[in-house]
Design a protein around this ligand. Structure first.
Ligand code: SAM
Ligand code: DTB
Ligand code: SF4
Length: 347
């Protein structure tokens, strides 16, 4: 007997997922929207802002990535930012309406000497009353533990695609390496943000393979970013054929059905997407976006365009409630600075 829709399951089979992808578009979207309404307010979208805390010169060879040192993409590399500069960007993002701040570094994995700075960023950004997320590459058990202890809410580490297609895209780290990092993040008690990219030349079978990996985990990732490839000149995927937007929407809808309680993020690729496609993605169950005119290194829609779209669709940004424990924690340097600035302005 088929399981009722909207129940959280970890035993999805390939044939079930194939059947979802084979549904007529309207039937698939109806199912996805029905599941979505069982667990979420359909008119709320979570809003995260990205910040590239260390840019370019990455030793890895991810074929989609403008930050790999192996491809000439004209990107200016930048060292690890200072804590204060990151906190300033986070404050601006908060003022513009973001509730989560995601800090990304172009690293294979963090170096020991950078950990203190990174941990400082987590503490200070969290003290602004925002949720924190980081994506720094592979983590060992100890690094994951340190980040969790600093108060990091989410760690983003994508599987990117199916195990079968993965080798066409990345050769410098294995699928197993990625799963190990995700295991370390879970063991440290952080929320997992894990998804992938569509439009890299993969087949539908690969999108199915990726979603099966995610939805058969013991605990589903709390956040599932579905990125559409941003084709960047100089990368091996620069000339990749554009994906049919309906296939992108189908992937979002199937992710929603398979992981009913996770936030599914309409991630990279919105800059070239029209409002109608984005609204279909929300209808298919996407309920999170990256907000702010830049992703890590490439363009994203301007804040005003997103706010206009939200208003036209009657969508509200999802609120983030600070826990009592967080509210009662010691004031940090950022709090003290903000208080000082407030005091100076008032006098
Ligand atoms: N270096 C770390 C790592 O790879 O784990 C963190 C940063 S990396 C840029 C984070 C993710 O961004 C990648 O896993 C990939 O899914 C996504 N990404 C990077 N370049 C992209 C592009 N051109 N289009 C879509 N997504 C992209
Ligand atoms: C994710 O899944 N997408 C974000 C975030 N996690 C770190 C990154 C998208 C990057 C797009 C290319 C760029 O701007 O460099
Ligand atoms: Fe480096 Fe991450 Fe880009 Fe891969 S995706 S090249 S690991 S920054």
């Amino acid at each position: 007997m088929p399981s009722p829709m909207g129940v959280v399951r970890h035993n999805w089979t390939r044939s079930e997922v194939e059947a979802l992808f084979a549904l007529p578009f309207n039937d698939l979207l109806f199912q996805a929207q029905t599941v979505h309404r069982q667990h979420f307010n359909p008119n709320e979208v979570q809003v995260s802002t990205l910040c590239s805390i260390k840019t370019g010169a990455c030793p890895e060879d991810c074929a989609y990535c403008p930050q790999s040192a192996r491809y000439d993409t004209g990107l200016e590399k930048e060292r690890l930012m200072a804590i204060e500069a990151v906190v300033n960007e986070a404050r601006e993002a908060r003022e513009a309406g973001a509730t989560r701040f995601c800090m990304g570094a172009a690293w294979r994995s963090p170096r020991a000497k950078d950990m203190d700075t990174v941990l400082g960023m987590v503490k200070e950004v969290k003290a602004l009353g925002m949720e924190t997320c980081m994506t720094l590459g592979m983590l060992d058990e100890q690094q994951a533990q340190q980040l969790a202890e600093a108060g990091l809410d989410y760690y983003n580490h994508n599987l990117d695609t199916s195990p079968e297609f993965y080798g066409e895209i990345i050769t410098t780290r294995t699928y197993e390496d990625r799963l190990k990092t995700l295991e370390n993040v879970r063991a440290a008690g952080m929320n997992v943000c894990c998804g992938g990219i569509v439009g890299m030349g993969e087949q539908e079978d690969d999108r199915i393979g990726l979603l099966l990996q995610l939805a058969t985990m013991d605990i589903h990732p709390e956040s599932v970013p579905i990125n559409q490839l941003v084709r960047v000149e100089g990368t091996p995927l620069a000339e990749q054929e554009e994906l049919d937007p309906f296939d992108f929407i189908r992937t979002i809808a199937v992710a929603r059905i398979m992981m009913p309680k996770s936030h599914v993020r309409l991630s990279a690729g919105r800059e070239t997407m029209n409002d109608q496609t984005q609204s279909l993605a929300f209808f298919a169950g996407a309920n999170s976006i990256f907000y702010g005119e830049k992703l890590l290194t490439t363009a994203n829609p301007e804040e005003s365009r997103d706010m206009q779209l939200f208003a036209r669709l009657g969508i509200e940004p999802e609120k983030y409630q600070v826990t009592e424990e967080e509210a009662l924690s010691e004031p940090t340097v950022a709090d003290q600075l903000a208080a000082q600035q407030f005091y100076e302005a008032a006098n």
